[in-house]
Structures are given as structure tokens and as C-alpha cells.
Design a protein around this ligand. Structure first.
Ligand SMILES: [Zn+2]
Length: 277
């Protein structure tokens, strides 16, 4: 059965309750550390591409983060960012039909080396969605299992620019939510709308508390506050429902929302080699 479209408020509450119920009476979180990694910047020519009717014609710069979670039972990387090859391009990489310039100052590979993590150590690479600023380095992890929604994988393979997966890549294709380590500490949340199989990540850190990593469920704080839907999203109603779903999870889990592309918010985070516990 494919579940696509708007979910009723009651059904949504039930889904959230089901997804989160194992965590309420759970054993302590097995997470040891979360690192925030600098996965590049996007320079947009016109902010209104992401916030229709607002700041038309004004440029904007986004942060682009990856996140590495060390859990007692394995290592998970959330998103892989802009391709490391872009770090060697003095003028960056122009994408999106000229709308965006991608840049990188540090490679993902170098940041992982700095914290003593080898690609082969990373059992899971979970990707929020298949846009280039999130899957740019996915082929650096040829032995990792990719956690991706089935609908996202199928959609991506119909797109003009397909993700550059490694030939040996293992896939664990999901339909809906996934409790990655089985202890409720790292939970993939299905949040479609930006793309057909977009997903976000609820991370329940032992000291910091719960954090939702947005993916591109929302791009900026102001868009979150106003529930704005970017023009390139594949489904407006799903986008709004996903934002509401995240708001419910934030309230229930007393969680922070870390908006990946929100540069002012990212500037407040501690990047690797610092970490969160
Ligand atoms: Zn993005």
C-alpha cells in the first residue's frame, strides 16, 4: 500500500505516537556523540525561490551541514553534503540552472579524518533526500548501507541528474519511519513534500536532549514560522503536513529543531571536532 497525500490530524497523531512510543519507556540512549560537519554553502541568487513572494531578487547564503552520530551499536552519517570535489573549484559549482552556486572550504573526507572516522566505520548513511547538496559524497561510502525511502529512490532514478551512488552500495529502502538502532535514540521520520521521499531525523541525545535534524523539510527559520513552501517542492500539501508533523514531534519530545540550511542558526552550533552528547 502506498501512503501518499495528506494525513488527517488524527492519523498523524497516531503515527507520531506509534513512532515515538518505544522511546517513552526506553532504556538510556545509546548515542555517544553527535558531530556537526561543515558540508559546504549554497549561494542562491534569489531567496524567493525558497520563500515565494519574500525577498524577491535578493541573494541568500545557506549553510549545509552533515551530522555524524556515534552510537554504541554503530555509526550513522546523516547526509553527505556538497561534493568534496567542489572544494578544489575556486569559483564554486553553479547548479540549479544558474540559480545556485555551491562552495566548500573543507572536505567531508578531511573532517571525518580529523575526528578519527574512516568511511568503512560508517555502517549507515541516511540521506534526507537526493538533491545534490545532500548526496554529493554518497559514493565515498561504498560499504555503508544507505537508508532512503523507497519512493525517494524510485523518483531519483527518473531525474535528469541521478545521485552518484557507488556501484557496490547497499540500500535499505524504507517505507515510513525507522528506529535505526532499536533503542529509540535515532529515528528516521518520513516527512515528504520537498521531494517525494524526503525524511528528517529525530536524535535523542543523552545530555543535549532531543533534536530534530530538518533535512529540507524547511530551509529557514522564517519559512518555518510562516509555513512557507518553496516553489520547487514536489508536493505542497505534503510539505505543510510534514511541517505540522515535525511541530508535533518537537512539542512531544521537547526537542530543538536544527534547520540545516539556516545560516544564522548554524552559526550558533559547535562544529567538529567539537561534539554534542
Ligand atoms: Zn538542500
Amino acid at each position: 500500500m502506498k501512503v501518499i497525500g495528506i494525513v488527517s490530524a488524527a492519523a498523524l497523531t497516531a503515527i507520531v505516537a506509534t513512532a515515538c512510543s518505544p522511546m517513552k519507556s526506553q532504556s538510556p540512549s545509546g548515542i555517544e556523540r553527535l558531530y556537526v560537519l561543515d558540508c559546504g554553502i549554497n549561494q542562491g541568487k534569489d531567496q524567493s525561490r525558497w520563500s515565494p513572494g519574500v525577498n524577491e531578487g535578493k541573494p541568500i547564503e545557506f549553510s549545509d551541514n552533515c551530522y555524524l552520530i556515534r552510537h554504541a551499536n554503530g555509526v550513522l552519517l546523516w547526509d553527505t553534503g556538497i561534493a568534496d570535489a567542489v572544494a578544489a573549484m575556486p569559483d564554486g559549482l553553479v547548479t540549479g540552472g544558474g540559480a545556485i552556486t555551491q562552495r566548500r572550504t573543507k572536505t567531508l573526507a578531511a573532517q571525518l579524518a580529523e575526528i578519527g572516522v574512516k568511511p568503512a566505520d560508517i555502517g549507515y548513511v541516511a540521506i534526507s533526500h537526493t538533491h545534490g547538496d545532500h548526496v554529493g559524497n554518497v559514493a565515498l561510502f561504498p560499504t555503508s548501507t544507505i537508508l532512503i525511502q523507497t519512493v525517494e529512490y524510485e523518483w531519483a532514478m527518473t531525474q535528469p541528474t541521478k545521485p552518484a551512488f557507488a556501484a557496490t552500495q547497499n540500500f535499505d529502502k524504507l517505507t515510513g519511519d525507522r528506529d535505526v538502532f532499536g533503542d529509540g535514540s535515532v529515528l528516521i521520520l518520513s516527512t515528504p513534500g520537498h521531494t517525494p521521499g524526503h525524511q528528517s531525523l529525530l536524535v535523542r541525545l543523552p545530555k543535549t536532549g532531543a533534536v530534530v535534524l530538518s533535512g529540507d523539510a524547511v530551509h529557514f527559520r522564517d519559512n518555518w514560522d510562516n509555513r512557507r513552501v518553496p516553489s520547487m517542492n514536489t508536493n505542497r500539501d505534503q510539505t505543510i503536513a510534514s511541517m505540522q508533523r515535525i511541530a508535533t514531534v518537537l512539542a512531544e519530545q521537547h526537542a530543538q529543531l536544527w534547520i540545516n540550511h539556516d545560516k544564522p542558526q548554524s552559526a550558533q552550533l559547535r562544529y567538529a571536532p567539537a561534539h554534542y552528547e
